[in-house]
Design a protein around this ligand. Structure first.
Ligand code: GDP
Length: 594
């Protein structure tokens, strides 16, 4: 994460990214210029110089000229920091996110090029709430920006009439409430003359609210990245290749949070848990902790199967998992986004196929007005949509985290859109309706697990006809049963399969439903699959709707070793008793009380 430069030399100061939006001519540049001047964020000598130039050219001085002057400097490559348009209060530094046009702003916000945490929305007091003011409210709601202050500008033109202000506030509040946007404050302002921007003047004795600066200083800053819930999207899994050393190194960049040796960790969507054994840094000696922005390699106390795209978190603050998401997206593709076509969705290190299930709303990004069509999303349109993924995704919602809530869509080989996850939905069936809607009563899985004294889990044994997977599964079931575990063994049969074209096999939804029901009953479920080569990891393990349940994949392979497609490899030639002991020991953690 590249730290933004801060003003001066004090690196400890907090920084907030803020955007100013408003209809052209409502006074955006004047307000920004006035804030820069009145907070002392721009050198007074520079202001004097701009005033002198105005005089020389016979022009009336405008605060908006200060921005032009800064831009000119930026073009010449001098004083980069100031040119990036910072202002500072006693509380923190602000970076103004440039919003030259809706398209650019939406694109930048949604693709992550720029990130505004808060917004100042301008309305011209003399003009009142216009269609454009509504669109700006809509824009902020679309982007999920929740910290907003509304500036009713040019109050000097209505003699600071409290009724004008009250009317605008009432009309706009009513509109914003429909969008679930709740402004922190409405401030009556004259940006031109400097009332209630930074200075509190006597021109509106009736107003006892904050100035613009006080209102933005009142915005809450999200916790520092290192203090948030841990997120480490798994980038790669490496193995030590020394003889007998089966350790895996999980590599990735911590997007937020802090990870320490000894911490309990969970991988999603699989739900597997273990602890951090060591933290290997790439360029320095092993560490005991690493934080947001750092790339790390970690080893685990137990070897569990993890793959690229998994999300590492702590068990107490896990992200969401689903195969259906509600998202706002910005479309850039030459071909419109449509139903029936497959796209690749990439979020952090996850990459998987998805389809458009439903368009909730399409907005023309330049006009910020609803489009008339609902069957597709054209280039430069913004849409609220439901996407259905082929495999479950671990992600956050856009107001909870940044890097793990933002995705891109790839159409064929082209980057075609960017979006933010607004919500996760229940798992979907092929017809787009919720799939595993079996009613679960008050006695839910965790309660049953507590009663059974162990967690539910799913162990899938990939067998071949000449191997002894069935025998092993039987032995496991019996020994777990006799040690008072709730256990159920399922041997998949031909009835569980669809045979697809090209000899490919697919498990029927009903076999997933059966497994899901058993897991919801808090059982340890052992499934044997007698066609070892026919299925990959995800095809058997991804029982939808049960994301918190640990799953394990076990394969037989002569000579043992490791595999990309299994948690554990068993030697088919080994003594059945030894195999049983080995698997039972590997499952031991999950056989303890939840
Ligand atoms: P922008 O297009 O939103 O950036 O608007 P500007 O800041 O360029 O202002 C547009 C015009 O409105 C300029 O002529 C400003 O002088 C004028 N203006 C801006 N703020 C005020 C104000 O508070 N009072 C009055 N009377 N005029 C203002």
């Amino acid at each position: 994460m590249s730290a933004e430069p801060t003003l001066g030399a004090a690196p400890a100061r907090e920084q907030m990214n803020i955007v100013f939006v408003g209809h052209v001519d409502h006074g955006k540049s004047t307000l920004v210029g006035r804030i820069l001047a009145d907070t002392g964020s721009i050198d007074p000598a520079k202001i004097a110089k701009v005033r002198r130039i105005c005089e020389q050219q016979g022009k009336h001085f405008e605060y908006s000229f200060l921005l032009d002057a800064l831009e000119a400097e930026q073009a010449q490559g001098i004083t980069i920091d100031a040119a990036r348009c910072f202002f500072r209060s006693d509380r923190r530094d602000y970076l103004i996110i440039d919003a030259p046009g809706h398209i650019e702003f939406l694109k930048n916000m949604i693709t992550g090029a720029a990130r505004a945490e808060a917004a100042v929305l301008l309305i011209d007091a003399a003009e009142g709430v216009r269609e454009n003011s509504r669109r700006h409210g809509y824009l902020l709601s679309l982007l999920g920006i929740r910290q907003i202050v509304v500036v009713v500008n040019k109050m000097d033109r209505v003699d600071f009439d409290p009724d004008v202000f009250a009317r605008i506030r009432a009309t706009y509040t009513e509109f914003l409430e429909q969008l679930d946007v709740h402004p922190r404050a409405f401030v009556p302002v004259s940006a031109l003359e400097g009332d209630f921007v930074v200075e509190r003047t006597g021109r509106a004795a009736w107003y006892d609210g904050p100035t613009v600066l006080e209102a933005v200083d009142g915005f809450a800053k999200a916790p520092r990245p290192e203090d948030r819930a841990l997120r480490l999207p798994v980038q790669d899994v490496y193995r030590f290749n020394r003889l007998g050393d089966t350790r895996r190194i999980i590599a990735g960049r911590i997007t937020q949070g802090t990870l320490r040796v000894g911490d309990a960790i969970r991988f999603l969507p699989s739900g597997k848990e273990t602890r951090v054994a060591t933290l290997e840094a790439f360029s320095t000696a092993p560490q005991t902790q690493a934080s947001a922005g750092q790339s790390v390699g970690l080893t685990m106390t137990e070897e569990i199967y993890v793959q690229r795209g998994d999300m590492l978190c702590t068990p107490d603050a896990a992200p969401r998992v689903s195969d259906r998401i509600r998202a706002n997206l910005f479309w850039l593709g030459r071909q419109p986004l449509r139903r029936g076509r497959t796209y690749k969705l990439k979020l952090a290190t996850y990459s998987g196929l998805c389809e458009l299930e439903r368009i909730i709303e399409v907005i023309d990004a330049s006009a910020l007005a609803p489009a008339t069509h609902h069957d597709r999303v054209e280039r430069h349109e913004v849409a609220e949509v439901v996407l259905r993924l082929r495999k479950p995704l671990a992600c956050d919602l856009s107001h909870e985290a940044e890097d793990t809530a933002r995705f891109v869509l790839v159409d064929a080989y082209d980057l075609a859109g960017g979006g933010i996850v607004r919500d996760v939905l229940d798992a979907a069936g092929d017809d787009g309706t919720a799939r595993w809607t079996t009613e679960i009563g008050a006695i839910d899985r965790p309660l049953r697990e507590a009663k059974h004294g162990h967690r539910a889990f799913l162990a899938v044994l990939h067998d071949d006809l000449d191997q002894n997977g069935q025998a092993l599964a039987g032995a496991l079931e019996e020994s777990l049963w006799s040690s008072h575990h709730a256990v159920f063994r399922l041997n998949l049969a031909l009835d569980d399969l669809h045979v697809l074209g090209g000899g490919r096999l697919e498990l029927k939804p009903i076999s997933f439903a059966r497994t899901a029901a058993l897991l919801n009953a808090g059982q340890a479920v052992i499934v044997t699959v007698p066609w070892a080569e026919a299925f990959t990891h995800h095809e058997v393990l991804d029982v939808p709707g049960l994301d918190a349940v640990p799953r394990f994949q076990i394969r037989f392979q002569s000579g043992g070793g490791t595999s990309d497609d299994a948690d554990w490899i068993l030697d088919p030639g080994a003594d059945p008793r030894a195999l049983h002991d080995e698997v039972k020991q590997k499952l031991a953690l999950h056989l303890r009380r939840p």
